[in-house]
Design a binder for this molecule. Structure first.
Ligand code: CUA
Length: 652
């Protein structure tokens, strides 16, 4: 009961902090030197931002792209959720992207974007991002700014400690937050302890970005919360925080907070990779979807997989160790040198820093304090590098600059604290508005962070913007971290519930950004590549319309002979080859969405006419002075009619 009281106190205290943050006094302090600060985030009209920032959209399921320092939102990239704005998840080409072993899932909960790396530096090829609810990992191309691939993670639940990338993009990891029966089976919930497992999945990435599950590590049934790869000397290792090492199955807010220390799991993935390459591990049944978008055919396909390789950590001696870490650690961050592993006990005021080199020594000297399910537990003191004392309340996440400093967010005390690696002294603290979750420094997850800006992503918005009814967008804040003290520069609203972000210098991305889809490379099976290829074909009650669009007409724009009960496929190709000339396609009564079609692109939508009449379609994107003229008609006759099928443009 004592434990319960302390948690209750923490909860009350957090409410007080939030309501304190509400008063105008603290807000004014952020507004000092306003004009000087404004200059530092001002990007003049027509100029470009210095960084691309990719913010997870949380329960929007998508990824949003912002420019920094301006905080201007540049794009929302649909990933795990249907997106009627452009037809993603509605068009025939993209619905396979949302297929899973549970069937078509139109929504996801996206948390942690991470950018691909080469030699420990961001390389600007891809962004990976996880989906928690129906465990999946997506890969987004930074040439097209489109989702190219989604792989489902079998045997996982609450795919939270994901999708972090090793320093040569060898692997992306996906750790399960909820321990579950492995494989799933029908057993009593109170049989959890000892029976549930916590699989950690290692997804290999090939040269083209292609994802495949290399192996799943069958870990004890704890909750695996967050993770980060080693780098530099610790490259080859991965670190995962755990909580609920109590293996409680109910009232976790109390029952999962009993142990003074949980663990950081240190996984030597190189050792396990070697083990599986030599035939180790056991292949077990696992049903999961692997969805790939092909830019040549402009079409996604789903492959249902049925096997996964599982590895019992006890079969690979020296591959996995536990480092005791106080108070239900959440964030698990590795500094740019790879030496320090920071575990933030979310019910603590201190930060625990483990040393990678001390960890290796402790392993060599067998400085163990017993084991958990056969996995050695290292002695706490033996791996401890230091403690940041009284940093704040409720530490969550840590990022790094290029000068040996770390920046940790504190959810309960609603602040970000700068401290020195090695001396562990607190150097500065700044309030956040309000209740910060993750922070992000461009390149902060690499060997070469860029110590100019930091953003914080705040869970509570309250009075930061004009009120918009009960539901508010979340709030991000931009800090200048180039000096000794952090300076708050800017607030900007975000979309969904951004959990984490990744950012990269624009120079590494913008030159590769595609401007059009080339018509001569369009291998879509239903493309009409010029107006002479346009046609309408009937096959039973299926009608296929092969249509083109160009400023400012559709071909054909008159279609007759469609009947109630038909299933009409509009395969629409945009013939433009100029940058930024999309056309839209909207059909009255369509039960899906519009299509937004980029130059050189083909998309397909199905329309099932239900009523007799003459029904218009039109272009949704204001493409030219004659955009309002860009329209057409479909004549729909009764189901038994014998109106012949015909189509035309200007009578032809
Ligand atoms: Cu094409 Cu508006």
């Amino acid at each position: 009961m004592k434990k319960f009281n302390s948690i209750f106190f923490v909860a009350i205290f957090s409410l007080i902090m939030v309501s304190c943050g509400d008063n105008n006094e603290s807000k004014r302090s952020g507004g000092a030197m306003a004009s000087n600060v404004a200059e530092r985030v001002y990007v003049a009209p027509g100029e470009h931002d210095e960084y691309y920032a990719f913010l997870s959209g949380g329960y929007s399921g998508n990824l949003t792209v912002y420019g920094l320092p301006s905080g201007r939102m540049l794009k929302e990239i649909p990933v795990f959720s249907q997106f009627p704005t452009n037809g993603y998840g509605y068009s025939e080409e993209t619905t396979p992207m949302l297929e899973t072993s549970f069937g078509f899932i139109p929504w996801g909960d996206a948390h942690h974007p991470d950018i691909s790396q080469t030699n420990g530096e961001l390389d600007g090829r891809w962004v990976f991002i996880n989906e928690n609810n129906t465990p999946r990992i997506a890969r987004i191309s930074l040439e097209y700014f489109e989702t190219e691939e989604i792989i489902e993670i079998p045997h996982s639940a609450g795919n939270h400690s994901s999708s972090f990338v090793t320093e040569n993009t060898e692997y992306v990891v996906a750790g399960t937050r909820f321990s579950v029966p492995y494989p799933q089976e029908d057993i009593a919930i109170d049989q959890m302890k000892g029976n549930f497992k916590g699989p950690l999945t290692f997804i290999a990435i090939d040269d083209k970005g292609g994802m495949s599950i290399d192996f799943q590590l069958k870990m004890p049934g704890f909750n695996y919360d967050l993770s980060h790869p080693g780098r530099g000397d610790s490259h080859g290792w991965f670190f995962f925080t755990t909580y609920n090492t109590e293996e409680a199955h109910t009232l976790q807010e109390v029952n999962a907070s009993q142990n003074d220390k949980d663990f950081i799991a240190a996984v030597n993935w190189k050792k396990i990779q070697e083990y599986v390459q030599n035939g180790g591990g056991e292949e077990i049944d696992a049903k999961y979807a692997h969805n790939v978008f092909n830019h040549s055919t402009q079409t996604a396909t789903t492959t249902m997989m049925d096997k996964v390789l599982t590895v019992d950590p006890r079969d690979v001696p020296g591959a996995v160790y536990f480092m005791p870490t106080p108070k239900s650690p959440h964030g698990c961050d590795v500094d740019p040198s790879g030496e320090y592993i920071i575990g933030n006990g979310k019910l603590s005021t201190d930060l625990t820093i483990h040393s990678f080199s001390k960890m290796l020594k402790a392993i060599e000297n067998k400085e163990f304090d017993g084991d958990a399910y056969g996995i050695p537990i290292l002695n706490f003191e033996s791996t401890l590098a230091g403690v940041v004392k009284n940093g704040g309340l409720g530490p969550l996440h840590t990022e790094f600059d290029d000068k040996g400093n770390a920046y940790t967010t504190f959810f309960i005390s609603s602040e970000v604290v700068k401290w020195k690696l090695g001396t562990w002294e607190v150097l500065d603290r700044q309030p956040t508005f309000y209740s910060v979750g993750h922070n992000m420094i461009p390149g902060g997850n690499s060997r070469k962070p860029d110590g100019k800006y930091m953003i914080t992503m705040n869970k509570i918005t309250k009075d930061r913007y004009l009120p918009t009814g009960p539901e508010l967008e979340h709030s991000a804040q931009l800090y200048d971290i180039s000096g000794e003290k952090m300076e708050l520069l800017l607030d900007f609203p975000t979309h969904g519930e951004p959990h984490y972000a990744a950012a990269i210098h624009a120079d590494k991305v913008k030159a590769n950004s595609k401007k059009i889809y080339r018509l001569d490379e369009n291998k879509h099976e239903n493309a009409a590549l010029n107006e002479s290829e346009t046609r309408v074909e009937r096959n039973g009650n299926e009608v296929h319309v092969y249509m083109t669009m160009v400023r400012s007409h559709f071909a054909p724009d008159n279609i007759e002979g469609i009947k109630v009960g038909d299933k009409v496929y509009f395969h629409v190709t945009n013939l433009e080859q100029d940058f930024d000339v999309p056309h839209g396609f909207a059909m009255i009564g369509a039960n899906t969405s519009e299509l937004l079609i980029m130059p050189g692109q083909t998309k397909t939508i199905i329309w099932e006419p239900k009523k007799v009449g003459v029904w218009p379609f039109y272009c949704t994107d204001f493409c030219s002075a004659l955009h309002q003229e860009m329209q057409g008609y479909v004549r729909v006759s009764g189901s038994g009619s014998n109106v012949p099928l015909k189509w035309s443009l200007d009578g032809d």
